[in-house]
Design a protein around this ligand. Structure first.
Ligand code: NAD
Length: 422
């Protein structure tokens, strides 16, 4: 069996590129993917598309020699330019309200897609992308790396094996430092909220781990630090989702998010969950997995006191090699393996079966992201109304009025956000 090749393209070259995609592509240069069905698969970063190309050129300067040859495409047609480089798959990591156009262009060109979370902001967009992937016989996947966090895998395993029985309720919180809203995302943050950006990790965790049918979404939040107190940009957001299960019982989940936590907070992001079951309680805390480290003059700014070494850490391995690894990178590698399986995992005559097999993976396929996108669309609509002086709306799912329906207190006429069943 000869060596195979997958050419990857990167759309958007910001923080998440640096944390996960860059180390993935760099690791592939050292060690190609291998599986006994696909043989050796060399994965290359063939092209980067971004608005100005500045960060792509900065990366070229620091990239390993073997990777410096990537093409950089810029401007309004940068995604098409990237596809013209003959990439087999494209990774979309632009700001969350700019995923759709790039993702659509990738799928229309019959290339495999992986898009950052949240995949898209409404169900019409999701339907369109899922349909394009189906018609064009390619994968369309979304990155939810928290599903690969070993703690969340254990939670899911205990639920799957019926050791933890029937979730009743729970809370999740994820707090980002002020530097995220104040500098990292300052360019595109107007009108955005931390709920869509990070609560979506927990929406997916809840949706995927516990199953059930999403019934109701409510949300509120605070303003005045990132933007005007009466404006459309949110500092922190609290949302609640109610799910119903096959036995008719319900569970409620509260998700609190913020991007205005002080920068000298000891952990980079604060992540905590608690889920209560008929027969148990699961408590998870990403900062309290065991490490606390203080270094004079470095912590908590340059180095974090409680670091998440599971997500994405740089290490000197016991055998001397330097590495960067963790579930944030593993999730990208897993996608590349899924593409490799489709393209090289057996004879061409069986490609359709391999494609169907990979498309059936509900943890990352866009077609299985419906309830998550419904929750995001509901959250966006509730916050938009609140910013226009109409707070306290409730969104209900699959009602006689439509699939996703927003109700205002004291107003009899509902607003249908999405007509078909969710
Ligand atoms: N998985 C995670 O935990 C995680 C963490 C951070 C960010 N993200 C997601 O990754 C995405 C990007 O976040 P980030 O932190 O890297 O943001 P960033 O602001 O650091 O980078 C955004 C990049 O997109 C480029 N860009 C913007 N508009 C573009 C367009 N129209 N066409 C092409 N390129 C464009 C910018 O030039 C920049 O390179 C978001 O969807 C975010 O939700 C995920």
């Amino acid at each position: 069996m000869g060596e195979n090749r997958l050419r990857g393209g990167m759309v958007g070259v910001g923080m998440i590129f640096d944390e996960t995609y860059r180390p993935f592509f760099e690791a592939c240069v050292q060690r190609p993917l291998y599986d006994r069905h696909t043989g050796v698969v060399n994965v290359e970063l063939a092209a980067i598309a971004s608005r100005t190309g500045k960060r792509a050129e900065a990366y070229r300067g620091s990239a390993p020699d073997a990777m410096k040859g990537f093409a950089s495409t810029t401007g309004a047609d940068c995604v098409q330019g990237l596809l013209d480089q003959g990439v087999d798959f494209a990774c979309v990591a632009t700001p969350d309200d700019r995923h759709f156009d790039a993702a659509k262009t990738v799928l229309q060109a019959k290339r495999h897609l992986i898009v950052e979370k949240p995949s898209v902001l409404d169900l019409d967009q999701l339907d369109e992308l899922a349909q394009l992937a189906k018609e064009n016989n390619v994968l369309a996947k979304v990155v939810y790396h928290k599903l690969l966090d070993p703690d969340h895998k254990k939670l899911r395993t205990l639920v799957h094996d019926d050791v933890l029985q029937h979730v009743n309720n729970g809370y999740c919180t994820l707090l980002e430092p002020k530097s995220i809203s104040g500098s990292q995302f300052a360019e595109w943050i107007k009108g955005r909220n931390p709920g869509t950006y990070v609560a979506v990790h927990y929406i997916k965790l809840i949706d995927y781990t516990f199953g059930g049918r999403l019934k109701t979404v409510t949300a509120t939040g605070q303003r005045g630090l990132v933007g005007e107190a009466q404006g459309p940009t949110w500092d922190s957001v609290q949302m609640r989702m109610v799910y119903e299960y096959d036995d008719g019982r319900e569970a409620a989940f509260d998700i609190h998010t913020s991007w205005v936590t002080p920068d000298n907070f000891p952990g980079y992001v604060e992540q905590e969950v608690q889920f209560r079951f008929d027969n148990g309680v699961w408590n998870g805390h990403s900062r309290k997995r065991g490490v606390e480290c203080t270094v004079e003059g470095k912590t908590p700014f340059e180095l974090k006191q409680s670091m998440n070494n599971h997500y994405n850490g740089q290490f000197v391995e016991p055998w001397g090699e330097r590495s960067q690894r963790g579930y944030g990178i593993e999730v990208i590698e897993r996608f590349a393996r899924e593409v490799a399986h489709v393209e090289y995992g057996g004879p061409e005559s069986e490609r359709a079966a391999r494609l169907a097999e990979m498309q059936s993976l509900a943890y990352n396929d866009l077609s299985a992201d419906r309830q998550v996108v419904a929750a995001v669309q509901a959250l966006e609509a509730i916050l938009a109304h609140a910013a226009h002086g109409r707070p306290d709306a409730v969104v209900r799912v699959n009602t006689p009025d439509g699939g996703l329906v927003l109700y205002h207190p004291g107003q009899s006429e509902p607003e249908v956000l999405y007509h078909p069943e969710v």
